[in-house]
Design a protein around this ligand. Structure first.
Ligand code: NAD
Length: 250
């Protein structure tokens, strides 16, 4: 029996680097995977690769900043794959810019994707989990929330907000059998990180600085993350809630 056999798992931003790796790993461990992304083509690619590998996956267009889109995608997931056992709030976006050079319109976009989007997903999925007295939520924040990160003030604030929100929802929903935990990646080699490096102006120098500052001596790869995410989603973590784990090389 595999760990996630007959479980339905939703991964937002499932068409991206960390999300894609997470979807593939859940599928290898027996889950029915709902690959949610606002980029449907990217989600379809991940779902098709999983099916080609013998796994179960379906792609859904879902823009987490838009409540109607969230409700539609969650309803389609329930119809297609059954009640949602696990939600991984992974979709995110970042931009490198010193705070005093940012515009409030950029804050709004960062907040909408990195914080409000996750709130929409919780609001849409929690009542079903509470009714069934079972559910696992894993939120993807960032080490920027824990230690700060130059050029990412608003992003760090969003992710810090997501950590505080997760701890609170963990308390509110513990009695309903729902756990909520957080995984904080450090710098990880994905499209988001490539954009961040470009924004910083000198990508090579930034990589050197990051690599020097990470005790394990390298930046992360997308496949470094699913181990921690699947742990929080599994029965091994049934007595663990409101916790934050960094996966960042130390
Ligand atoms: P990525 O760019 O590879 O993937 C992000 C995915 O989110 C993309 O597929 C994108 O289409 C999707 N997305 C963006 N906005 C969306 C929206 N409004 N609705 C639905 N989907 C949307 O990036 P990644 O590095 O894999 O990021 C995954 C998560 O990890 C994010 O929450 C990010 O903040 C976090 N994170 C990444 C790093 C890093 O260095 N890569 C570090 C810390 C935290």
């Amino acid at each position: 029996m595999q760990r996630f056999e007959s479980k339905t798992v939703v991964v937002t931003g499932g068409g991206g680097g960390i999300g894609g790796a997470t979807c593939r790993r859940f599928a290898r461990e027996g889950a029915r995977v709902a690959v949610h992304d606002m980029n449907l083509e990217a989600a379809e690619k991940v779902a098709a690769a999983i099916r080609a590998d013998g796994g179960q996956a379906q792609a859904f267009r879902c823009d987490i900043t838009d409540r109607a889109s969230v409700d539609q995608a969650v309803e389609a997931t329930l119809q297609g794959l059954g009640p949602i056992d696990v939600l991984v709030n992974n979709a995110g976006w970042d931009v490198f810019k010193p705070f005093t050079r940012t515009e409030p319109s950029q804050w709004d976009k960062l907040l909408a994707i990195n914080l409000t989007g996750a709130l929409h997903m919780h609001h849409a999925v929690l009542p079903g989990m509470a009714a069934r007295k079972a559910g696992r939520i894993v939120n993807i924040a960032s080490d920027a929330a824990r230690v700060g990160s130059s050029g990412e003030a608003v992003y760090a604030a969003c992710k810090g907000g997501l950590v505080a929100f997760s701890k609170t929802i963990a308390r509110e929903h513990a009695r309903h059998g729902v756990t909520v935990n957080v995984v904080c990646p450090g710098p990880t080699d994905t499209a988001l990180f490539a954009d961040y490096k470009e924004g910083a102006g000198n990508p090579e120098k930034l990589m050197e600085a990051f690599t020097r500052s990470i005790p394990l001596g390298r930046i992360g790869q997308p496949d470094d993350l699913p181990g921690a995410i699947l742990f929080f989603a599994s029965d091994d973590a049934s007595f663990v809630t409101g916790q934050v784990l960094s996966v960042s090389g130390g």
